[in-house]
Structures are given as structure tokens and as C-alpha cells.
Design a protein around this ligand. Structure first.
Ligand SMILES: *Cc1c(COP(=O)(O)O)cnc(C)c1O
Length: 398
């Protein structure tokens, strides 16, 4: 069958919830993907900030194959060694106290919301606790995660959301303070907003929030599903801020392609929230997903991935700054490490399409922003290759 025939079949079989790019991807090697016709693409999307270690990573593939031959799934009624090892290592690199493994990012957000409500309920027995989330945030597509997602377009058709969610403005501390009251049980944000357009939390803003949470015994939930796992040049983005969340969300690069996620709790939240019977999952932390996390964390340490990201991220920053100067259509350059964005004064769809035709995969974040979230193992030469293609397309569109 040809690629267009496969695409036609996909369009008649899959529910049309995505406007997909018109390629069928077939295999990957390093930082390149190949479509079904054998065309090669430099990948600056990484499956939406997931595949950090590069495609065809032999040690990762071998670790998964070995686990498949032992046992893939057992349920959470029993212990399994990969989950124990993944948990120990994850707590060590994050400084958190306890972890609950999930199957996705949205599910980690759901767990965090439940933990925060339970924490507050145990204190005062109320049923009207509020969560403060941020405008432009993204936490997932399930009902709870959607309820704290600050994009009205995503929520509109599915109202009513879960109740008592308030939205403040990222990096506007007064907008947060205005919403805090005796019902507030959590303040939830992405340390660096991803889908909303690559907006890092300012140091002052996040430390003020931490202070408010400490004073009022409110839980701070940081969603690092996209910006965590080395992407900003430290293992987790919050580590640069000199503060710690009470609940930390992880997913995406945590398992690098096998579905998985986690929410991690600090001691206070762990001791005073979810108890036996309060929460569960059939698949979460199963031996296959946990083996993926163990191997991902092993390679992060062995290769000093965060250090590498810092180096290449600085180079990407410098290069993107140069082209921001050169093209009037680029309005802003934001981000950190290998999570950067260019904001244009026009929709970026045509630019992304043009790059794709020339063998470069890029993604947007909102209509006007190109998001750069490549595999974390890219080198300077890949940044140069990406810029060569992007500039060709920008010249044509300028
Ligand atoms: C992707 C993402 C999610 C949702 O994760 P899923 O695995 O798609 O459910 C939540 N929060 C952030 C910041 C994300 O980038």
C-alpha cells in the first residue's frame, strides 16, 4: 500500500480528533525519523517532548526486551523490582518522598488533584476546596486535568468542569493573591508552560507562591510533565528555583515512549493525603513501564543528559536569537534549555508545513508559536541543520 492509501484508511477508521500532518512515520534512528516512503526527517518534536534519548537506542530497547521476556504486567496487588528501583531512583533525583506511578500525564494530574483535596479535607472536613491554576496552562484532557487547564476553548463543550477551580495569570503574583482564601487547597502550575506558548515561571513569582503556600498550608503542585526530566538543563526545572513543590507531576520523557507517568509527593503531602483504598490503577508502575524509567534514569546519569542539554540549549538560544533579530515576523523568543519557542506575528502552520516538506519536523504551541523540543541527545550540528531548513522557509515566507 502507498502512504496516501494508508492515510485514507486512517481517516476512515480513527476518530477525527487530530488534524494530522500527511505523513506516516515508520521508523527512527538517533534524532531522525523516516516515513513510510523512506523520506528522512530531522526531528525537533521528539513525539512532543517524549523521546529524549534518541530513536533506536540500543540499551533502552534491550532493557525493554529483557523485561518483556521476564514479565510485562502483574498489577499493583504485588511488588515488582523494576517499580521499586524506578521509585528509589526517581525520589533520589527529585528530592521528593513518595511516588505513585500512572499511565499518562493527565492521570498524574488527576492523582495530584485528589491528593490535594484529601489533604485539605483531612484538615477541615470541608467539601468546597478550591484550586488555583494558571491561564494558558495545560494539564491534560481528562475531566479533572481539563478543569485546571487554562484554555477555555478546550473546556467549552464539556462543561460543567469539576468545581471550584480559579484561574490566575502566570507571573502576576497579585492575580494569585486575589484568589487565595480559606478554601484554597492547592496552587497548580507548570514550571515552564508548554502547550500555552513556552512561558517559564519567573523566579520571584514562584518563590512568592511557595511563600503563600507555606503561610496558608496550601499545597504547591508543579506540573513538569513537559519541562521536567532534563529538558531545561537540570533534572527537574524547579531545582533551578531553590524551592520544592509539595506535589510534582512527571510523564512524557519519564518513560521515553512506553506509556507512563507519575505524581511525586513531599513528606507533608505524602503523610496526610491518599491512603489505602483512596486511589489506584491497573497498569501504573507495571514492570515494563518501570523498566523503561529505570533505564531512562540510568542513561541520564551515565551521559549527564542535563549537562548536555545546558550546553546545546545555550547554543540553540544563541542561534534562535540571531534569527529573531533577522526576521521582522518573529516577535519574541522564550524558553530555557531544549524547550524554546519563537512567537511570530502570523500563524505558523505554513512555516511548519514548509519545513516538513524539506525534511524537518517542528511543532507549534498555539497558533503563532513554533516550539523547539528536540530529543535531548541532539548535537550542535543538528541545531545548524534545523536552522538551515527553517531559514530557507522563513526567507520564502518573509
Ligand atoms: C502532555 C502534558 C500533559 C498531559 O499528558 P498526557 O500524557 O498527554 O496525558 C499534562 N501536562 C503537561 C504540562 C503536558 O505537557
Amino acid at each position: 500500500m502507498t502512504m496516501p492509501e494508508y492515510i485514507e484508511q486512517a481517516e476512515s477508521a480513527l476518530l477525527h480528533t487530530y488534524n494530522r500532518y500527511q505523513i506516516v512515520l515508520d521508523r527512527g534512528e538517533g534524532v531522525y525519523l523516516y516515513d513510510y516512503d523512506g523520506k528522512k526527517y530531522l526531528d525537533f518534536c521528539a513525539g512532543i517532548a517524549v523521546f529524549a534519548l534518541g530513536y533506536g537506542n540500543k540499551a533502552y530497547n534491550d532493557a525493554l526486551k529483557a523485561q518483556i521476556d521476564k514479565v510485562i504486567h502483574t498489577s499493583n496487588y504485588y511488588y515488582n523490582v523494576p517499580a521499586i528501583e524506578a521509585a528509589k531512583k526517581l525520589l533520589e533525583v527529585s528530592g521528593m518522598s513518595r511516588v505513585f506511578f500512572t499511565n499518562s500525564g493527565a492521570e498524574a494530574a488527576e492523582g495530584a488533584i485528589k491528593a490535594a483535596r484529601k489533604y485539605a479535607y483531612l484538615k477541615d472536613g470541608r467539601h468546597d476546596h478550591e484550586i488555583i491554576a494558571m491561564e494558558k496552562s495545560f494539564h491534560g484532557r481528562t475531566m479533572g486535568a481539563l478543569s485546571v487547564t487554562g484554555n477555555p476553548k478546550y473546556r467549552e463543550a464539556f462543561e460543567p468542569m469539576i468545581g471550584n477551580i480559579r484561574f490566575a495569570k502566570m507571573n502576576d503574583i497579585d492575580s494569585v493573591k486575589e484568589l487565595v482564601n480559606e478554601k484554597t487547597c492547592a496552587i497548580m502550575l507548570e514550571t515552564v508552560q508548554g502547550e500555552g506558548g513556552i512561558y517559564p515561571a519567573e523566579v520571584e513569582f514562584l518563590s512568592e507562591i511557595r511563600k503563600i503556600c507555606d503561610e496558608k498550608d496550601i499545597l504547591l503542585i508543579l506540573d513538569e510533565i513537559q519541562c521536567g526530566m532534563g529538558r531545561t538543563g537540570s533534572m527537574f526545572a524547579f531545582l533551578k528555583y531553590g524551592i520544592r513543590p509539595d506535589i510534582l507531576l512527571s510523564a512524557k520523557a519519564l518513560t521515553c515512549g512506553v506509556p507512563g507517568g507519575a505524581f511525586l509527593l513531599g513528606e507533608k503531602a505524602a503523610e496526610n493525603s491518599l491512603k489505602a483504598g483512596d486511589h489506584g490503577t491497573t497498569y501504573g508502575g507495571n514492570p515494563l513501564a518501570a523498566a523503561a524509567t529505570v533505564e531512562v534514569l540510568r542513561q541520564f546519569e551515565e551521559k549527564d543528559i542535563p549537562g548536555h542539554v545546558k550546553k546545546i540549549g545555550d547554543y540553540l538560544w544563541q542561534k534562535l536569537d540571531e534569527i529573531s533579530e533577522k526576521y521582522d515576523m518573529i516577535k519574541a523568543h522564550r524558553g530555557i534549555g531544549l524547550m524554546q519557542g519563537l512567537e511570530f506575528d502570523v500563524p505558523v502552520g505554513e512555516i511548519i508545513k514548509g519545513c516538513m516538506d524539506r525534511g524537518l519536523i517542528l511543532i507549534n504551541a498555539g497558533t503563532n508559536i513554533i516550539r523547539f523540543v528536540p530529543p535531548l541527545v541532539i548535537e550542535k550540528e543538528h541545531v545548524d541543520e534545523m536552522l538551515g531548513i527553517l531559514e530557507q522557509v522563513l526567507t520564502l515566507n518573509a
